[in-house]
Ligand binder design. Structure first.
Ligand code: ATP
Length: 300
Protein backbone atom coordinates (compact mmCIF):
# COMPACT_ATOMS: atom_id res chain seq x y z
CA UNK A 1 0.00 0.00 0.00
CA UNK A 2 3.03 2.26 -0.01
CA UNK A 3 2.04 3.71 -3.36
CA UNK A 4 -1.44 4.55 -2.19
CA UNK A 5 -0.11 6.23 0.88
CA UNK A 6 1.92 8.69 -1.09
CA UNK A 7 -0.94 9.27 -3.46
CA UNK A 8 -3.20 10.22 -0.62
CA UNK A 9 -0.56 12.55 0.70
CA UNK A 10 1.60 13.63 -2.21
CA UNK A 11 0.65 17.23 -1.81
CA UNK A 12 2.45 17.32 1.52
CA UNK A 13 5.64 17.93 -0.35
CA UNK A 14 8.55 17.98 2.03
CA UNK A 15 6.43 18.31 5.11
CA UNK A 16 7.23 14.90 6.53
CA UNK A 17 6.46 15.81 10.12
CA UNK A 18 2.90 16.50 9.13
CA UNK A 19 2.79 13.20 7.32
CA UNK A 20 4.03 11.42 10.41
CA UNK A 21 1.10 12.77 12.41
CA UNK A 22 -1.25 11.09 10.02
CA UNK A 23 -3.62 8.80 11.83
CA UNK A 24 -2.19 5.32 11.49
CA UNK A 25 1.05 6.29 9.75
CA UNK A 26 3.55 3.46 9.82
CA UNK A 27 7.12 2.70 8.84
CA UNK A 28 5.79 2.04 5.35
CA UNK A 29 6.02 5.77 4.85
CA UNK A 30 9.76 5.49 4.56
CA UNK A 31 9.52 3.01 1.72
CA UNK A 32 7.97 5.78 -0.30
CA UNK A 33 11.25 7.52 -0.55
CA UNK A 34 12.38 4.77 -2.87
CA UNK A 35 9.43 5.25 -5.11
CA UNK A 36 9.66 8.74 -6.40
CA UNK A 37 12.83 9.69 -8.18
CA UNK A 38 12.28 13.34 -7.28
CA UNK A 39 14.74 14.71 -9.82
CA UNK A 40 12.75 13.08 -12.55
CA UNK A 41 9.57 14.54 -11.14
CA UNK A 42 10.69 18.14 -10.72
CA UNK A 43 8.21 20.63 -12.06
CA UNK A 44 9.44 20.84 -15.59
CA UNK A 45 7.50 19.90 -18.60
CA UNK A 46 4.27 20.90 -20.22
CA UNK A 47 1.19 22.29 -18.58
CA UNK A 48 -1.80 21.93 -20.86
CA UNK A 49 -4.45 24.60 -20.99
CA UNK A 50 -6.91 22.09 -19.61
CA UNK A 51 -6.79 18.40 -18.77
CA UNK A 52 -9.41 16.83 -21.02
CA UNK A 53 -8.97 13.35 -19.62
CA UNK A 54 -8.26 11.20 -22.66
CA UNK A 55 -5.79 8.59 -21.43
CA UNK A 56 -4.20 6.09 -23.79
CA UNK A 57 -2.03 3.18 -22.79
CA UNK A 58 -0.20 2.31 -26.00
CA UNK A 59 1.47 -1.10 -25.97
CA UNK A 60 2.43 -0.68 -22.34
CA UNK A 61 4.54 -3.45 -20.82
CA UNK A 62 5.69 -3.31 -17.25
CA UNK A 63 7.72 -5.14 -14.61
CA UNK A 64 8.35 -3.76 -11.12
CA UNK A 65 12.00 -2.67 -10.76
CA UNK A 66 12.44 -4.99 -7.78
CA UNK A 67 11.41 -7.99 -9.93
CA UNK A 68 12.48 -7.09 -13.45
CA UNK A 69 12.06 -10.60 -14.80
CA UNK A 70 8.42 -10.88 -13.75
CA UNK A 71 6.15 -9.34 -16.39
CA UNK A 72 3.16 -7.66 -14.76
CA UNK A 73 1.53 -5.99 -17.76
CA UNK A 74 2.07 -7.31 -21.26
CA UNK A 75 1.51 -4.90 -24.15
CA UNK A 76 -1.54 -3.28 -22.66
CA UNK A 77 -3.68 -1.16 -24.97
CA UNK A 78 -6.44 0.82 -23.33
CA UNK A 79 -8.12 4.16 -24.00
CA UNK A 80 -10.09 5.99 -21.33
CA UNK A 81 -12.32 8.74 -22.71
CA UNK A 82 -13.09 12.09 -21.08
CA UNK A 83 -16.04 12.00 -18.64
CA UNK A 84 -16.27 8.25 -18.82
CA UNK A 85 -16.87 6.18 -15.69
CA UNK A 86 -14.58 3.20 -16.00
CA UNK A 87 -14.33 0.38 -13.51
CA UNK A 88 -11.33 -1.93 -13.41
CA UNK A 89 -12.03 -5.37 -11.95
CA UNK A 90 -10.19 -8.68 -11.69
CA UNK A 91 -8.79 -11.08 -9.15
CA UNK A 92 -6.23 -9.92 -6.62
CA UNK A 93 -2.84 -9.50 -8.30
CA UNK A 94 -4.25 -9.15 -11.81
CA UNK A 95 -2.67 -5.69 -12.26
CA UNK A 96 -5.46 -3.23 -11.47
CA UNK A 97 -3.42 -1.02 -9.14
CA UNK A 98 -0.43 -1.23 -11.44
CA UNK A 99 -2.43 0.46 -14.20
CA UNK A 100 -3.14 3.36 -11.86
CA UNK A 101 0.44 3.45 -10.50
CA UNK A 102 1.69 3.98 -14.04
CA UNK A 103 -0.81 6.74 -14.73
CA UNK A 104 0.44 8.62 -11.71
CA UNK A 105 4.02 8.04 -12.76
CA UNK A 106 4.92 6.23 -9.60
CA UNK A 107 6.67 3.92 -12.05
CA UNK A 108 7.56 4.16 -15.72
CA UNK A 109 6.44 1.59 -18.30
CA UNK A 110 9.17 -0.83 -19.34
CA UNK A 111 7.97 -0.50 -22.93
CA UNK A 112 5.30 1.49 -24.70
CA UNK A 113 3.90 4.78 -23.45
CA UNK A 114 0.97 6.53 -21.84
CA UNK A 115 -0.54 9.52 -23.64
CA UNK A 116 -2.65 12.18 -21.94
CA UNK A 117 -4.78 14.18 -24.35
CA UNK A 118 -2.35 12.97 -27.00
CA UNK A 119 0.77 14.15 -25.14
CA UNK A 120 3.23 11.59 -23.71
CA UNK A 121 2.85 11.56 -19.93
CA UNK A 122 6.62 11.87 -19.61
CA UNK A 123 6.47 15.31 -21.25
CA UNK A 124 3.90 16.73 -18.82
CA UNK A 125 4.67 18.63 -15.66
CA UNK A 126 3.90 15.86 -13.21
CA UNK A 127 2.83 18.16 -10.38
CA UNK A 128 0.42 19.94 -12.69
CA UNK A 129 -0.97 16.59 -13.80
CA UNK A 130 -1.35 15.14 -10.32
CA UNK A 131 -3.05 18.28 -9.03
CA UNK A 132 -5.80 17.57 -11.51
CA UNK A 133 -6.36 14.07 -10.25
CA UNK A 134 -8.45 13.39 -7.18
CA UNK A 135 -7.28 10.19 -5.60
CA UNK A 136 -9.09 8.22 -2.91
CA UNK A 137 -7.16 5.21 -1.67
CA UNK A 138 -8.33 2.03 -0.01
CA UNK A 139 -7.35 3.25 3.41
CA UNK A 140 -7.73 7.00 3.35
CA UNK A 141 -5.38 8.87 5.63
CA UNK A 142 -7.01 11.38 7.92
CA UNK A 143 -5.09 13.68 10.20
CA UNK A 144 -5.47 14.67 13.85
CA UNK A 145 -7.13 17.94 13.11
CA UNK A 146 -10.72 18.99 12.62
CA UNK A 147 -12.91 17.56 9.88
CA UNK A 148 -12.94 20.82 7.95
CA UNK A 149 -9.11 20.92 7.83
CA UNK A 150 -9.07 17.28 6.83
CA UNK A 151 -11.29 18.07 3.86
CA UNK A 152 -9.22 21.12 2.91
CA UNK A 153 -5.95 19.27 3.29
CA UNK A 154 -3.68 19.63 0.31
CA UNK A 155 -6.00 21.88 -1.63
CA UNK A 156 -3.69 24.18 -3.56
CA UNK A 157 -5.96 27.23 -3.13
CA UNK A 158 -7.80 29.03 -0.33
CA UNK A 159 -11.27 27.61 0.14
CA UNK A 160 -14.29 28.96 1.99
CA UNK A 161 -16.36 27.04 4.49
CA UNK A 162 -19.20 26.98 1.95
CA UNK A 163 -16.98 25.12 -0.51
CA UNK A 164 -16.01 22.60 2.16
CA UNK A 165 -19.68 22.00 2.90
CA UNK A 166 -20.39 21.67 -0.83
CA UNK A 167 -17.70 18.99 -1.17
CA UNK A 168 -18.97 17.17 1.92
CA UNK A 169 -22.51 17.18 0.54
CA UNK A 170 -21.28 15.83 -2.79
CA UNK A 171 -19.58 13.01 -0.91
CA UNK A 172 -22.64 12.32 1.30
CA UNK A 173 -20.55 13.24 4.34
CA UNK A 174 -22.36 16.42 5.44
CA UNK A 175 -25.12 14.75 7.45
CA UNK A 176 -22.88 12.59 9.59
CA UNK A 177 -20.45 15.49 10.08
CA UNK A 178 -23.32 17.65 11.35
CA UNK A 179 -24.30 14.93 13.80
CA UNK A 180 -20.82 14.99 15.43
CA UNK A 181 -20.57 17.03 18.64
CA UNK A 182 -18.48 19.80 17.07
CA UNK A 183 -19.73 19.46 13.49
CA UNK A 184 -17.00 20.47 11.06
CA UNK A 185 -14.78 21.51 14.01
CA UNK A 186 -14.69 18.01 15.51
CA UNK A 187 -11.12 16.73 15.83
CA UNK A 188 -10.54 13.42 14.06
CA UNK A 189 -9.03 10.58 16.04
CA UNK A 190 -8.69 6.89 15.28
CA UNK A 191 -11.99 5.87 16.81
CA UNK A 192 -14.16 8.74 15.62
CA UNK A 193 -15.17 7.58 12.17
CA UNK A 194 -16.09 4.28 10.55
CA UNK A 195 -14.19 3.08 7.48
CA UNK A 196 -17.01 4.21 5.24
CA UNK A 197 -17.14 7.66 6.83
CA UNK A 198 -13.38 8.10 6.44
CA UNK A 199 -13.73 7.19 2.80
CA UNK A 200 -16.43 9.81 2.32
CA UNK A 201 -14.27 12.48 3.96
CA UNK A 202 -11.48 11.47 1.58
CA UNK A 203 -13.88 11.73 -1.36
CA UNK A 204 -14.89 15.22 -0.21
CA UNK A 205 -11.19 16.12 -0.02
CA UNK A 206 -10.66 14.90 -3.56
CA UNK A 207 -13.74 16.67 -4.94
CA UNK A 208 -12.84 20.00 -3.35
CA UNK A 209 -9.98 20.22 -5.81
CA UNK A 210 -12.38 19.86 -8.75
CA UNK A 211 -10.23 17.16 -10.31
CA UNK A 212 -10.51 16.34 -13.99
CA UNK A 213 -10.10 12.69 -13.12
CA UNK A 214 -11.36 11.04 -9.96
CA UNK A 215 -9.51 7.84 -9.09
CA UNK A 216 -11.13 5.63 -6.52
CA UNK A 217 -9.57 2.53 -5.10
CA UNK A 218 -12.47 0.89 -3.38
CA UNK A 219 -11.72 -0.67 0.00
CA UNK A 220 -11.28 -4.44 -0.14
CA UNK A 221 -12.53 -4.90 3.39
CA UNK A 222 -16.29 -5.04 3.48
CA UNK A 223 -17.85 -1.69 4.15
CA UNK A 224 -21.22 -1.74 5.85
CA UNK A 225 -24.15 -1.79 3.47
CA UNK A 226 -24.94 1.85 4.14
CA UNK A 227 -21.42 3.02 3.22
CA UNK A 228 -21.45 0.87 0.13
CA UNK A 229 -24.68 2.53 -0.91
CA UNK A 230 -23.15 5.99 -0.40
CA UNK A 231 -20.05 5.18 -2.43
CA UNK A 232 -22.28 3.99 -5.23
CA UNK A 233 -24.36 7.17 -5.01
CA UNK A 234 -21.26 9.36 -5.09
CA UNK A 235 -20.06 7.68 -8.26
CA UNK A 236 -23.44 8.17 -9.87
CA UNK A 237 -23.73 11.79 -8.74
CA UNK A 238 -20.21 12.76 -9.76
CA UNK A 239 -20.55 11.18 -13.15
CA UNK A 240 -24.11 12.13 -14.05
CA UNK A 241 -24.40 15.71 -12.83
CA UNK A 242 -23.36 17.95 -15.70
CA UNK A 243 -21.86 20.55 -13.33
CA UNK A 244 -19.56 18.02 -11.74
CA UNK A 245 -19.04 15.71 -14.68
CA UNK A 246 -15.55 14.32 -14.87
CA UNK A 247 -13.73 11.10 -15.65
CA UNK A 248 -13.96 8.50 -12.93
CA UNK A 249 -11.72 5.47 -12.72
CA UNK A 250 -12.66 3.05 -9.97
CA UNK A 251 -10.77 -0.06 -8.98
CA UNK A 252 -13.68 -2.09 -7.77
CA UNK A 253 -13.69 -5.06 -5.47
CA UNK A 254 -17.41 -5.26 -4.99
CA UNK A 255 -19.13 -5.48 -8.32
CA UNK A 256 -22.37 -4.15 -6.90
CA UNK A 257 -20.94 -0.62 -6.80
CA UNK A 258 -20.05 -0.45 -10.48
CA UNK A 259 -22.97 -1.92 -12.38
CA UNK A 260 -23.82 1.47 -13.82
CA UNK A 261 -20.27 2.23 -15.03
CA UNK A 262 -19.96 3.22 -18.69
CA UNK A 263 -17.32 0.54 -19.10
CA UNK A 264 -15.95 -2.29 -17.08
CA UNK A 265 -12.41 -3.46 -17.82
CA UNK A 266 -11.72 -6.99 -16.66
CA UNK A 267 -8.10 -7.87 -15.93
CA UNK A 268 -6.52 -11.31 -15.72
CA UNK A 269 -2.77 -11.84 -15.25
CA UNK A 270 -1.88 -8.37 -16.51
CA UNK A 271 -4.07 -8.53 -19.61
CA UNK A 272 -7.45 -7.04 -20.41
CA UNK A 273 -9.69 -9.99 -21.09
CA UNK A 274 -13.06 -8.23 -21.28
CA UNK A 275 -14.22 -4.65 -21.81
CA UNK A 276 -17.87 -3.59 -21.90
CA UNK A 277 -20.98 -2.69 -19.94
CA UNK A 278 -22.28 -4.81 -17.07
CA UNK A 279 -25.12 -6.30 -19.10
CA UNK A 280 -22.85 -7.09 -22.06
CA UNK A 281 -20.30 -8.81 -19.85
CA UNK A 282 -22.93 -10.83 -18.02
CA UNK A 283 -24.26 -11.99 -21.37
CA UNK A 284 -20.78 -12.92 -22.51
CA UNK A 285 -20.62 -15.44 -19.70
CA UNK A 286 -16.86 -15.03 -19.23
CA UNK A 287 -14.68 -14.04 -16.30
CA UNK A 288 -16.80 -11.04 -15.25
CA UNK A 289 -19.93 -13.08 -15.13
CA UNK A 290 -18.11 -15.76 -13.08
CA UNK A 291 -16.85 -13.09 -10.65
CA UNK A 292 -20.35 -11.64 -10.36
CA UNK A 293 -21.85 -15.08 -9.68
CA UNK A 294 -19.21 -15.82 -7.09
CA UNK A 295 -19.96 -12.57 -5.23
CA UNK A 296 -23.66 -13.25 -5.30
CA UNK A 297 -23.08 -16.73 -3.89
CA UNK A 298 -21.01 -15.25 -1.10
CA UNK A 299 -23.71 -12.73 -0.31
CA UNK A 300 -26.44 -15.30 -0.11
P1 ATP B 1 -5.43 -6.26 -5.53
O1 ATP B 1 -6.85 -6.48 -5.98
O2 ATP B 1 -4.99 -7.29 -4.53
O3 ATP B 1 -5.16 -4.85 -5.08
P2 ATP B 1 -4.30 -5.79 -8.18
O4 ATP B 1 -5.12 -6.40 -9.25
O5 ATP B 1 -4.44 -4.34 -7.95
O6 ATP B 1 -4.49 -6.57 -6.82
P3 ATP B 1 -1.49 -5.22 -8.51
O7 ATP B 1 -1.36 -4.61 -7.14
O8 ATP B 1 -1.48 -4.32 -9.68
O9 ATP B 1 -2.79 -6.14 -8.57
O10 ATP B 1 -0.35 -6.30 -8.63
C1 ATP B 1 -0.05 -7.01 -9.82
C2 ATP B 1 1.17 -7.88 -9.54
O11 ATP B 1 2.30 -7.04 -9.28
C3 ATP B 1 1.04 -8.80 -8.35
O12 ATP B 1 1.64 -10.02 -8.69
C4 ATP B 1 1.82 -8.10 -7.26
O13 ATP B 1 2.41 -9.06 -6.38
C5 ATP B 1 2.91 -7.38 -8.05
N1 ATP B 1 3.33 -6.13 -7.39
C6 ATP B 1 2.51 -5.14 -6.98
N2 ATP B 1 3.21 -4.11 -6.44
C7 ATP B 1 4.52 -4.47 -6.50
C8 ATP B 1 5.74 -3.85 -6.11
N3 ATP B 1 5.76 -2.64 -5.56
N4 ATP B 1 6.90 -4.53 -6.33
C9 ATP B 1 6.88 -5.76 -6.91
N5 ATP B 1 5.77 -6.40 -7.31
C10 ATP B 1 4.59 -5.78 -7.10
Amino acid sequence: YAEWLILSTWWIGDNWSSLMQSVGASEKVFRLMDLLPSKQLSSKGLKLEKLGGRIQYADVSFSYPSRPTVPILGRLNLTLNPNEVVAIVGLSGSGKSTIVNLLLRLYEPTNGQILVDGVPLTELDIRWFRERIGFVGQEPRLFRMDISSNIKYGCPREVSHEEVVWAAKQAYAHDFIMSLPGGYNTIVDDALLSGGQKQRVAIARALLRHPSILLLDEATSALDAESEHYVKSVITKVSRDSRTKRSVVIIAHRLSTIQTADRIIVMENGNIVEDGKHSELIEKNGLYSRLARRQNDNLE
